[in-house]
Design a protein around this ligand. Structure first.
Ligand SMILES: Nc1nc2c(c(=O)[nH]1)N[C@H]1C(S)=C(S)[C@@H](COP(=O)(O)OP(=O)(O)OC[C@H]3O[C@@H](n4cnc5c(=O)[nH]c(N)nc54)[C@H](O)[C@@H]3O)O[C@H]1N2
Ligand SMILES: Nc1nc2c(c(=O)[nH]1)N[C@H]1C(S)=C(S)[C@@H](COP(=O)(O)OP(=O)(O)OC[C@H]3O[C@@H](n4cnc5c(=O)[nH]c(N)nc54)[C@H](O)[C@@H]3O)O[C@H]1N2
Ligand code: SF4
Ligand SMILES: [Mo]
Length: 678
């Protein structure tokens, strides 16, 4: 038996475990008992993370579409074709006719290389990744208020909090080891407030469960801040010493009385008052949030309110406090850190700065780099659908199931002159591609992932990739070479990290020889720096924290006579996103084998539906067939559906309307109707 210490490929919690292999085959995993996050535990996905690796569906050879069919090809043929066809599209339509989609499943080194390929080799800033669908509202909102869009504190800070507000995060199912840490804290006396109208596991342990209307968080948070100010519970010293623009905030929430808040949220005024007193009453108050906050057409406004609440109560820069956006994918923090974003280089360095552009151009050995910001992923799909974008290179994403409004996504992808997909399985998106490149998965390569608490950790190769599959970083380097660029010859991922460290101040001290056993938390500016568990200690990254005021905007599509129900979408415990990995993991797929929709017993009775009945759900975008799950998890009038299943895909229904600032889609609210299937 061989044991290889590596990082879980699923969620941003970043547990580490040992891959156990025998004769070159994985047979299981063992948790790491000393790891600061996993501490000997794993969730069911972690325990099963070895199972998809040897699945017979793994891609083993490049595929090229000939006579309408994807057929096996050599690496030479496939990679030359990718370069020739990308160049041809650019010659005909310009450099920005091509979009690169990077991957929060790939390593830091791979994200860095793809962004380098896009910018230095193909001369476009059209690079983005699934953070656009996820925490782009956080990156925008916290950059403006704090100067840095990452989780301010560490996971271990949960143990020190007096009160935790969990808002729009189903933590026990989506970040299980963080969820259980919160439950432990509650057992030792920490007060818990849950603001989420689903009766999630944490809600059952909460002192206060606020079941407000979907999309009414600005009203809720403004109401809470109103009470805190009116009752003299604000932290005046912190506000005076560390923040600016407080007067504007105080004025803007002055008319958000609990009564007005109640009318806008559907809560009782007393609940808003109680939440304000409970949160402001703790010496150390922590806010934990996720997609219930970000995935709205006013996602950035939600984040601004969260930042304001934390500053108002002096809850930044100390243990047990902070604004803690839980990052979803194993390496979505890293994807952002590495600059797989249309307007930023690695380490959030703005490409609008000419000096920074020069720095990167010199380091990469190119004359000039493009200066105009590229397209966000969601806008790129709109552009493709309208015929304004001609080629996409997608590494490790499955937009056919994960993008809003599947009809729109399909049209966008089918409109392209060239679609290249680099994945480990033939996904719904890869099936539409002209060229498919087989990638090695996490267990078959070296590199680093950065978890939600900014911890950069090493993954290690446990087994060989199947067939001819190659690591993403090797494929990208080879593409660069074939495109005539010779600045991507690396001895391995450690050497790529050395280049990242040189160009990226927050990663300046990150080097492989320093990452054993359990990584370092950025900012880590130099080799002697021990890493940073808590941000904004004495001052904010931007200097003073900035209060910004927001007014309450409703979701873009609300229920009406024709479509009387609110649909909110999200995830389940057993499956991962588009199911490419978990639906190929027997023990997980057995638990949750098919698409379903949660509805309240009152609604079910009105519609004549019973648990497990087949039903049809329809929105202005499309309709699908699924199974009723009658449950008090949801409130009357609201339905919940996970988006994991290709048959019964929630994104057939969702609304492709974007937050104007972050370009995130409104996955959390759209209007639908439903009826029993004939
Ligand atoms: N098992 C599993 N774990 C995962 C994932 C997975 O696919 N499967 N995906 C990972 C990724 S990438 C991400 S981003 C995270 C997401 O993690 P979460 O954000 O925790 O998951 P979601 O299910 O998207 O939504 C969380 C909650 O938001 C609530 N909500 C909906 N609308 C609103 C609203 O208007 N206001 C408020 N306050 N709440 C609302 C929903 O009721 C739901 O309980 O999970 C990560 N972990
Ligand atoms: N309705 C609705 N839609 C949503 C959401 C929602 O809440 N509701 N949430 C959104 C959010 S937060 C997110 S993050 C997105 C996620 O959207 P996606 O990122 O598109 O979803 P995944 O299924 O995680 O896709 C990852 C892909 O990477 C592949 N892969 C795994 N490992 C590797 C590797 O090492 N190399 C390569 N090249 N490929 C690899 C997998 O096979 C898979 O196809 O979905 C979004 N879509
Ligand atoms: S909590 Fe997240 S990182 Fe930890 S084992 Fe589960 S899926 Fe993996
Ligand atoms: Mo996500």
């Amino acid at each position: 038996m061989k044991r290889t210490l590596t990082v879980c490929p699923y969620c941003g919690t970043g547990c580490m475990f040992y891959l156990v292999s025998y004769n070159g085959r994985l047979v299981g995993v063992e948790p790491s008992s000393t790891h600061p996050v996993s501490r000997g535990g794993l969730c069911v996905k972690g325990w099963n993370a070895f199972a998809f690796v040897h699945h017979p569906d793994r891609l083993t050879t490049p595929l090229v579409r000939r006579d309408g069919m994807l057929q096996a090809a050599s690496w030479d043929e496939a990679l030359d074709l990718v370069v020739d066809r990308l160049r041809a599209v650019q010659k005909k339509h310009g450099a920005d006719a091509v979009m690169f989609a990077s991957s929060a499943k790939a390593t830091n080194e791979e994200n860095y290389l793809l962004m380098k390929l896009a910018r230095a080799v193909f001369g476009t800033n059209n690079i983005d990744h699934c953070a656009r669908l996820c925490h782009s509202s956080t990156v925008t909102g916290l950059a403006e208020t704090f100067g840095s869009g990452a989780m301010t504190n560490s996971i271990s800070c949960i143990d020190q909090a007096d009160v935790i507000l969990v808002i729009g995060s189903n933590t026990t199912e989506q970040h299980p080891l963080i969820g259980s840490r919160i439950l432990n804290a509650v057992r030792s006396g920490t007060k818990l407030i849950v603001a989420d109208n689903r009766r999630i596991r944490l809600a059952r342990q909460a002192e206060l469960h606020l079941r407000h209307k979907n999309g009414s968080d600005v009203a809720l948070l403004n109401g809470i801040m109103h009470v805190i100010i009116a009752e003299g519970l604000a932290d005046r010293e912190f506000i005076a010493a560390r923040t600016e623009n407080y007067a504007a905030l105080a004025e803007s929430v002055a008319d958000w009385t609990p009564e007005r808040g109640a009318a806008a949220t559907g809560l009782e005024a007393a609940e808003i008052v109680a939440a304000a007193r409970l949160f402001a009453g703790g010496e150390r108050g922590m806010i934990v949030y996720s997609m219930g906050i970000t995935q709205h057409s006013h996602g950035v406004d939600n984040v601004r309110c969260i930042a304001a609440l934390a500053m108002l109560t002096g809850n930044v820069g100390r243990p047990g406090t902070g604004v803690n956006p839980l990052r979803g994918q194993n390496n979505v923090q890293g994807g952002c850190d590495m600059g797989a974003l249309p307007d930023l280089y690695s380490g959030y360095q703005k490409l609008s700065g000419p000096l920074l552009r020069d720095k990167f151009a010199r380091a990469w050995g190119v004359k000039r780099l493009p200066s105009e910001p590229g397209l966000p992923l969601t806008r790129a799909m709109d552009a493709a659908s309208a015929g304004h974008l001609q080629a996409m290179f997608i590494m490790g994403e499955n937009p056919m199931l994960s993008d809003p409004d599947q009809g729109h996504a399909r049209k966008a992808l089918q409109n392209l002159e060239l679609l290249v997909v680099q994945d480990i399985f033939l996904t719904e998106t890869a099936a539409l591609a002209d060229i498919v490149l087989p990638a090695a998965c996490y267990a078959e390569k070296e590199g680093t992932f950065t978890n939600t608490e900014r911890r950069v950790q090493r993954l290690r190769k446990g087994v060989e990739p199947p067939g001819e599959a190659r690591a993403d970083w090797e494929i990208i380097s080879d593409l660069a070479e074939r495109a005539g660029y010779h600045g991507m010859r690396y001895s391995g991922p450690a050497a790529i990290m050395d280049e990242i460290a040189e160009l990226t101040p927050i990663y300046g001290g990150i080097a492989y020889d320093r990452l054993d056993p359990y990584g370092l938390q950025w900012p880590c500016p130099d080799r002697s720096h021990p890493g940073t568990p808590i941000l904004h200690l004495d001052c904010f990254t931007r200097g003073l924290g900035r209060f910004t005021t927001v007014s309450h905007r409703l979701p873009a599509e609300l229920p009406d006579e024709e479509y009387p129900y609110v649909l909110t979408t999200g995830r389940s415990y057993f499956h991962w996103h588009t199911g490419s990995m978990t639906r190929r993991t027997h023990l997980l797929d057995r638990e949750e084998p098919r698409s379903f929709i949660e509805l309240h017993p009152d609604d079910a009775a009105r519609l004549g539906l019973r648990d497990r009945d087949e039903l049809i759900v329809s929105s202005r975008r499309g309709e699908l067939r699924t199974e009723a799950r009658v449950t008090e998890m949801v409130i009357p009038g609201v339905l919940f559906m996970p988006f994991h299943f290709a048959e019964g895909a929630a994104n057939v229904l969702t609304n492709n309307v974007l937050d104007p600032e972050s370009s995130i889609p409104e996955f959390k609210v759209c209007a639908v109707r439903l009826w029993r299937a004939p």
